[in-house]
Design a protein around this ligand. Structure first.
Ligand SMILES: [Zn+2]
Length: 152
C-alpha cells in the first residue's frame, strides 16, 4: 500500500472505522514507514486535544458588535410614511395631469369654449390637436426635468 493510500485511510484508522483487511494493510505499511506513523500519531494527538477542550465561548460583546455592524452596513430601512412612499411616484403624474388640464382649459377659453367649431380653414390647428401637442410637450418637458430623458 502506498503512502498516498495510507494518508487517505489515516482518519478512519484513528476512528477505528477500517475493516479487518484494510486495517492489516495499513498496519503493514505503518510498520515500515516512519512518515505515515508520525502522521497517525499527530492525528491521534489532535483528536485527544479536541476531545479535551470544551466548547468555544465567543468573546464578550461579539453579538453586539455584529448587530451594530449589520445595522451600519444596511441602508436606512426605517419604513417610509405613506406620503413619502406615495409622493415620489404620484407627483410627476399629478404634474402632468395638471399641465394637461391647464392647457385644455386655456385652449377652450381661447377657442370660445367650443373646440369642435374652431376647425376652419383659417383657424389654427384643431383644439384637440393643440391639446394633444401641448400635453405631449409637457410630457417631454416633464421627462426631461424629472427623469433626465432627452426625447425628441
Ligand atoms: Zn507511508
Amino acid at each position: 500500500m502506498s503512502c498516498k493510500r495510507v494518508e487517505l485511510l489515516l482518519p478512519a484508522t484513528v476512528d477505528n472505522r477500517l475493516d479487518g483487511a484494510q486495517q492489516r494493510e495499513v498496519d503493514e505499511h505503518l510498520a515500515g514507514c516512519a512518515a505515515c506513523t508520525a502522521d497517525l500519531d499527530a492525528m491521534r494527538d489532535a483528536r485527544v486535544a479536541l476531545a479535551t477542550c470544551g466548547p468555544a465561548e465567543p468573546p464578550a460583546g461579539l453579538a453586539d458588535r455584529i448587530a451594530r455592524s449589520v445595522r451600519l452596513a444596511q441602508p436606512d430601512n426605517t419604513p417610509a410614511s405613506f406620503w413619502e412612499r406615495f409622493v415620489p411616484i404620484a407627483w410627476p403624474t399629478a404634474l402632468g395631469a395638471s399641465v394637461a388640464a391647464i392647457v385644455l382649459v386655456a385652449v377652450m377659453l381661447t377657442s370660445g369654449g367650443e373646440p369642435t367649431k374652431t376647425a376652419t380653414e383659417t383657424a389654427p390647428a384643431d383644439p384637440i390637436e393643440q391639446v394633444a401637442t401641448a400635453v405631449n410637450n409637457a410630457n417631454v418637458q416633464l421627462a426631461s426635468n424629472v427623469y433626465g430623458l432627452d426625447i425628441d
